[in-house]
Design a protein around this ligand. Structure first.
Ligand code: NAD
Length: 230
């Protein structure tokens, strides 16, 4: 089976009602990134950070996967599909995708502020401020904040290097190192981009300038047709 790697960003969850970061009306218009998504912000006001992610978690639990997430699942019958997502929501999982790497952490989990490898599942939407891990550190959202290491980038690079087909959905490609993944995809791989707005990519790529709901379906229909006629 050919290997398909799909890099997704906030845009794939937009039609589920989850705000992107950079679009107008996006999250950064309401919050300063340095206050809610950095270790300095956590040390300044951990309660604000907990509340920010509690609200994100609540929104996620009230949201449903959309057509874009669901279409990617269809592909698994014909290809070896791997999703590499920058999203911290769990909509790919809930749609039924099997192989998912979360580059920037997961809203459903918390870790100790002292040891990011001490990870627990959060029950429901609320992580109570001040809850302690067994090592005495406060439990914090299991999210990779700006300026922190991205441990899952290595397995994501390995996947990209093996990709026969690479699909990019709903990411402005502004956040590194995720944005650099496309450079590891072999030159001979077919590349597709689904985004209603312009995204600058320095390689040959087939662009579907549509929202994920309709755009992903077009790419998936095309790839399934190819698999059937091969
Ligand atoms: P971004 O906000 O920088 O870019 C979003 C992209 O999605 C833009 O290119 C935009 O044109 C596109 N888009 C908007 N609506 C769309 C739609 N309906 N269909 C397809 N594309 C659409 O997001 P990013 O590149 O993912 O980077 C931002 C960071 O924010 C990521 O690291 C991510 O962890 C985080 N984030 C995650 C979530 C989530 O988990 N759902 C939500 C907001 C932000």
């Amino acid at each position: 089976m050919k290997k398909v790697v799909v890099l997704t960003g906030a845009g794939i969850s937009a039609e589920s009602g989850i705000s992107t970061f950079r679009d107008s009306g996006g999250l950064w218009e309401q919050h300063r990134v340095e206050d809610v998504a950095s270790i300095d912000g956590w040390h300044r006001n951990a309660e604000l950070v907990q509340e920010f992610y509690n609200q994100r978690r609540k929104a996620m639990l009230n949201a449903e996967p959309n057509e874009g997430h669901r279409q990617l699942v269809r592909l698994e019958e014909y290809y070896d599909v791997h999703i590499v997502t920058q999203n911290v929501d769990n909509l790919h999982e809930r749609a039924g995708s099997k192989n998912i790497i979360h580059l920037h952490g997961e809203l459903t989990k918390a870790c100790s502020e002292y040891n990011h490898n001490y990870i627990i599942d959060i029950d429901g939407w609320e992580l109570k401020h001040g809850t302690l891990a067994p090592d005495g550190g406060r439990l914090r959202p299991y999210i990779v904040w700006f300026g922190e290491a991205v441990p899952m980038i290595e397995p994501a690079i390995d996947l990209c290097e093996q990709a026969d087909i690479f699909i990019v959905v709903g990411t402005s490609l502004n956040v590194y190192p995720a944005a650099s993944l496309i450079h590891y995809v072999p030159p001979k791989a077919e590349c597709y981009l689904v985004d209603p707005n312009e995204v600058v990519v320095n390689r040959k790529i087939t662009t579907i300038a549509e929202k994920a709901g309709t755009g992903v379906r077009k790419v998936i229909d095309l790839l399934i047709d190819k698999a059937i006629t091969m």
